[in-house]
Design a protein around this ligand. Structure first.
Ligand code: BGC
Length: 848
């Protein structure tokens, strides 16, 4: 059994901590250095110290890999074999990893080097621009496997073109905690949506010859204490909720699986034999390799428990020129020498890795040619997914006229409010951040689309960067646009900041060419790294007088680091706010852009929009009833102002083409068809985690998944709690009618047929959703209602189609924890078809 709780200690809450896999001028030391900075600032959370190595049983490498691969590995020296099981940042004098890691291969045996990069929303390479795709939450909201395949193809093609062989994507952990910092990086609270989207994306990635590493197995559903927390998940919940997407990724042929930082039922994931051997290999027949999350290893013996490779570089002494791997480098060599780890475990891991290389054609005499980058194709896909993943949450009609789409009437005045109207919110923060080729400001896209007859004004309302911090307020003077030489990490400024009066000051920083950390007194540090974040700022309460300031950072090898400091004084903030409300009052329509900051490394402290944006939206909506809110958030947010608005469009973090997509949707050139794949709670105390600290953030280092199989929308249904917006919700500029439901059992499960008609006057897309009630076994927990199938259909005005939604046999089963297997749920089941989980149009029965 996997279920076992582990006593633990409360850990400090990790603060925002950008992390990187980067390279240095002289060598591959950047990730460790960034970690060093984070550790020095007390921000790295509690990385576990190595567990005591236990003697390991011999590992049989029999039957893994082809004869050719086995014979290649047999001809490798011990050091050559060791070079496969930990990523480095580059061979001395050889190519440097621009992404997350580099493996040298064995050229003398025709085994080429490998490079790996993040990540889920585009190829992230330090200092290299790439297509920034919309966030995976946006992709999932399309409920369209074809688009997921297309998204994957862009990642695959671009990764290959940019010199990569493996991409650390997709992330398929369930959105369990509404506050989850990485929710934007994953797909849904629903296992079926996550499974289908993951499989299609992986097919797309791998169709281009790039290997996909699905992550993070398993239970990595929160950022709080992510390095140490133990996820206690019962077997049924594990198999029915968290694991299905991993299983689906394995079935889709994922080359690699990344194990997570957290522990699962008492054993850390990367040394968890039940998970990595019994489930992944024995039950699912996984043939690829398992790599750890960044330094998520705990012992050399992890290699005997199902782990094959370590990702990450261990920081040695600050003076060490090149960091080592933590457990699977020199430490593993010693463990093999003293017999703690059998060499056969190493052989098995290398066979698995080289085996995938063989399968991807990388051992062929002529390796697959790398394509040229196709930025235009990337752009087109980014645009298509931003448009299709947008969710129209609300659209009121006044005097017979809907608020959206906007009509381009000459003379109409549009007040565009919000910082992200000018500084586009493209990606979330952390390892999934992608530096886009280019990203237009939504304001400019709206101006272009509105045309010359329309007056378009802009006010930030809340400026998230502000104006340049006056040179004379810093002593010694720090001039904006400071150029630093490339080189090692170091403190490059120490001085004092003079503040004229007590108040809340926003201190901001923009960097290009590297990473910097700004520390004012003992306030939260301001981090900025061009590969991990856009502009960054922190609102801090400062008293009149002087405050100690330090700045440190480093540059990418190829260019100097440029740092610009900015601030917003309390007086300026108040004036910005008032001007925005006045501009809204004077316009015919106000379009407010709001954003949040989903990030790896920390969970959102609340579900409210940050930085006082709720107050701004409320004031604007009071000033102008024609207020349209555009949300650039990675996950659900509360909307206390909702009733006062005319429309709300959820754009997520829409990628580099977000501005154009937003303008097209607002003006009706594109018709929204996205659906929520996560429930939006109505209040901070009305979601599955509320009032349950043992669920989130956990108690004494352990989080209990005691909501069981009732995750996400299933919980709202079970508890009778009304959400703000239900799972599956999403409006369109047209409308759809449903009739003639027919349900029948098939050899592969069930087929649900329904006729859908476009009853409006625009072409639109509808995601037809099928929900299933429980079977008759009362002693097995079953969701009150689960999503069992969905199909997307495009209909012209007046057109109708007979749509078939297949329901897979697995959806009719439950996980039997006594027998460790799937069982058919007995009895007839209620079956509902609808446009959302809260908009059921037809109800039928699935007979036994
Ligand atoms: C993240 C992974 C990421 C890795 C490499 C880790 O901190 O959890 O998702 O792929 O870093 O950047």
């Amino acid at each position: 059994m996997l279920f076992r709780s582990r006593p633990g200690e409360p850990r400090p809450r990790p603060r925002r901590r950008p992390r990187t896999g980067t390279t240095g001028r002289r060598g591959p030391v950047r990730p460790a250095r960034l970690l060093a900075v984070a550790v020095a600032l007390g921000c790295a959370g509690g990385l576990l110290s190595p567990a005591t190595a236990a003697p390991a049983a011999p590992v049989a490498a029999a039957r893994e890999g082809s004869d050719r691969v086995r014979s290649l590995v047999a001809r490798m020296t011990l050091d050559e074999k060791l070079s496969f099981v930990h990523w480095t940042a580059g061979a001395e004098g050889g190519p440097l990893a621009r992404g997350v890691g580099y493996l040298p291969g064995v050229p003398r045996l025709g085994v080429p080097p490998l490079e790996v990069s993040d990540g889920p929303t585009g190829i992230r390479l330090n200092g290299v621009r790439a297509t920034a795709l919309p966030t995976p939450t946006a992709l999932a909201a399309t409920l369209d496997d074809g688009l997921a395949r297309e998204y994957g193809r862009v990642l695959g093609h671009e990764g290959r073109a940019l010199g990569q062989d493996v991409v650390l994507a997709p992330m398929v952990n369930i959105i369990r905690v509404p506050h989850g910092g990485r929710n934007f990086e994953t797909f849904s609270e629903d296992p079926l949506v996550t499974s289908r989207t993951a499989a299609a994306e992986i097919e797309g990635i791998q169709s281009q010859g790039l290997m996909a590493a699905v992550k993070h197995l398993a239970g990595n559903n929160q950022e709080t204490d992510r390095f140490t927390v133990d996820a206690a998940i019962d077997e049924q919940t594990l198999h029915e909720v968290e694991l299905p997407a991993f299983r689906s990724a394995v079935d889709a042929g994922a080359a690699a699986v990344m194990c997570s930082y957290n522990s699962l039922n008492g054993a850390h994931s990367c040394g968890n034999e039940s998970l990595l051997q019994s489930v992944l290999r024995d039950q699912w027949d996984f043939r690829g390799w398992v790599l750890s999350d960044w330094l998520a290893t705990h012992a050399t013996t992890d290699l005997t428990k199902g782990l094959d490779q370590e990702l990450g570089l261990e920081m040695g002494k600050p003076t060490d020129p090149v960091p080592d791997s933590r457990h699977l480098g020199a430490a593993l060599k010693a463990a093999i020498a003293d017999g703690t780890v059998p060499e056969s475990a190493l052989d098995r891991a290398v066979i698995r890795i080289v085996g995938r290389m063989e399968r991807f054609g990388l051992l062929a005499a002529t390796a697959p040619a790398r394509p040229a980058r196709d930025a235009a194709a990337g752009r087109a896909t980014a645009r298509r997914i931003a448009e299709n993943g947008a969710v129209l949450l609300r659209n009121t009609t006044t005097a017979g006229r809907p608020a959206l789409p906007l009509t381009a009437t000459a003379g109409t005045g549009l007040a565009v409010i919000g910082d992200s109207a000018l500084r586009p919110k493209v990606s979330g923060l952390g390892s999934a951040h992608v530096v886009p080729d280019a990203a237009q400001a939504p304001l400019d896209a709206l101006r272009e689309r509105a045309g010359t007859g329309v007056t378009v004004t802009h006010e930030p309302g809340i400026d998230r960067l502000g104006g340049p911090l006056p040179a004379e307020n810093l002593s010694p003077v720090f001039t904006g646009g400071k150029q630093l030489d490339a080189g090692g990490d170091r403190q490059f400024y120490e001085g004092t900041l003079t503040v004229p009066a007590d108040g809340d000051y926003r201190i901001g920083m923009q960097v290009d060419g590297g990473m910097a950390v700004l520390q004012v007194g003992d306030r939260s540090p301001v981090y900025a790294a061009d590969s991990f974040s856009d502009t960054t700022s922190v609102l801090m309460r400062l008293t009149r007088g002087t405050h100690r300031v330090t700045m440190s950072g480093w540059a990418w090898p190829d260019r100097p680091l440029k740092v610009d400091l900015a601030w917003v004084t309390p007086q300026r903030a108040a004036a910005d706010f008032d001007r925005a409300v006045a501009a809204a009052a004077a316009a015919d329509t106000a379009v407010v852009f709001a954003q949040d900051e989903g990030s790896e490394g920390y969970d959102r402290p609340s579900l409210s929009l940050p930085d006082g944006q709720d107050r701004l939206i409320a004031a604007v909506a009071k000033a102008n009833p024609n207020t349209v809110v555009v949300l650039n958030t990675g996950s659900s947010v509360l909307m206390p102002w909702l009733d006062d608005t005319a429309a709300v469009l959820q754009m997520w973090y829409p990628g580099q083409e977000g501005a154009q997509a937003t303008a097209a949707l607002l003006y009706g050139d594109a018709n929204p068809g996205g659906k929520l794949t996560q429930t939006f709670p109505a209040a901070e105390d009305a979601h599955p985690m509320a009032g349950h600290p043992e669920r989130f953030p956990g108690v004494n280092g352990e989080q209990e998944y005691n909501e069981g199989v009732h995750t996400g929308h299933r919980w709202y249904e079970q508890q009778g709690v009304r959400p703000l917006f239900a799972f599956g919700h999403g409006l369109s500029y047209t409308s759809f009618g449903y009739r003639d439901l027919a349900v029948e059992r098939t050899a592969t499960g069930a087929a649900v047929r329904v006729t859908v008609r476009n009853t409006g006057d625009r072409t639109g897309k509808e995601a037809v959703q099928v929900y299933l009630g429980p079977g008759t076994r009362a002693d097995v927990p079953q969701p009150v209602r689960k999503l069992a199938g969905y199909t997307k259909v495009t209909l012209a005005p007046g057109q109708e189609k007979r749509v078939t939604v297949p329901v897979d046999a697995r959806q009719l089963q439950y996980w039997d924890r006594d027998r460790d297997t799937w069982q058919q749920a007995a009895g007839a089941r209620t079956l509902q078809v609808g446009s959302s989980s809260a908009d059921i149009r037809l109800t039928g029965r699935l007979e036994p």
